[in-house]
Design a protein around this ligand. Sequence first.
Ligand SMILES: [Zn+2]
Length: 79
Amino acid sequence: MKSNRSTTENTNDGAGTAQARVACYTGPAPLKEVMFEQLDYLVAHNSGSCPNGCPECARLEHIKFWLLEPFRMVPASVR
Ligand SMILES: [Zn+2]
């Protein structure tokens, strides 16, 4: 019986440990991806082609309100 699996496994040895280490840092990435995915989806409702009272447009307005809130506030230190 012949077995040449050991040669292919050897080539992956270093990359395997590196991948395991990278996996530890993938935690926050999904949140960012989900947020941008949701934003991308909702921003498409900004085109004005939606029927009146579109619930997704209402969500977009809601999110816009919260996202832009810090930019609406005038810092007290300015005056
Ligand atoms: Zn809409």
